[in-house]
Design a protein around this ligand. Structure first.
Ligand code: MG
Length: 203
């Protein structure tokens, strides 16, 4: 199982980090050891002093495929959930400055909490999904899939040109604006529409 993450997929988020708006999807990966499930606590890593949250819609791949055409891409995922792409922003900034890969800032253990998933067939319009993140009961991020630069189907078509997708893989589809630092003792709750799908604490 692998986790593919799309970067800079919302214009306002690309702007808040002073990144250019991409012409093609930007993606990177996290290993299976990054997954954090069952609402288990996230343990703040000792190697960073600036771990940021990024709330994202997550697709679960249901069928193996490569070179998937955009028009068939909808057949390759069957569930949608919500996850946090935890990012050691201090380490990432250093990697970017040196032109180095970001892995240590993005792929560390527990950097990909995911919650419950819902069947994509239950979602009436995949291009109009509201999602949000509350921390300590305060709304911190909210987004809608209509604001993605690259749609779910475009992402699947693009990524599968390079990397075979397998049943059970996850795709994090990018974060809207409003990212910020996580703190020890924070309580995270993430929602698709009004349904809470993820709930965990930072320790
Ligand atoms: Mg992200």
């Amino acid at each position: 199982m692998k986790i593919i993450c799309i970067g800079r997929n919302y214009v306002e988020h690309a702007k808040e980090l002073s990144n250019p708006v991409p012409k093609k999807p930007v993606f990177f990966m996290k290993p299976d050891t990054a997954l954090l499930q069952k609402n288990n606590p996230f343990f703040y890593p000792s190697f960073s002093e600036d771990v940021h949250y990024e709330v994202e819609l997550v697709l679960r791949i249901c069928k193996n495929g490569r070179h998937i055409e955009e028009k068939f891409a909808g057949n390759y995922f069957d569930e949608i959930g919500i996850g946090i792409d935890f990012t050691a922003r201090d380490i990432q900034a250093d990697c970017k400055k040196k032109g180095l890969p970001w892995e240590i800032a993005k792929a560390f253990d527990q950097s990909a909490p995911i919650g419950k998933f819902i069947k994509s067939s239950q979602v009436s319009d995949l291009s109009n999904i509201n999602f949000s993140l509350k921390i300590n009961d305060e709304l911190r991020q909210q987004g809608n899939s209509r604001d993605m630069i690259f749609s779910f189907n475009q992402i699947i078509a693009y990524v599968s040109k390079f990397i075979t997708l397998r049943e059970g893989d996850y795709i994090f589809t990018g974060t809207p604006e409003g990212v910020g630092p996580a703190k020890i003792d924070d309580h995270f709750e993430a929602f698709i529409e009004d349904e809470k799908l993820l709930d965990f604490n930072v320790k």
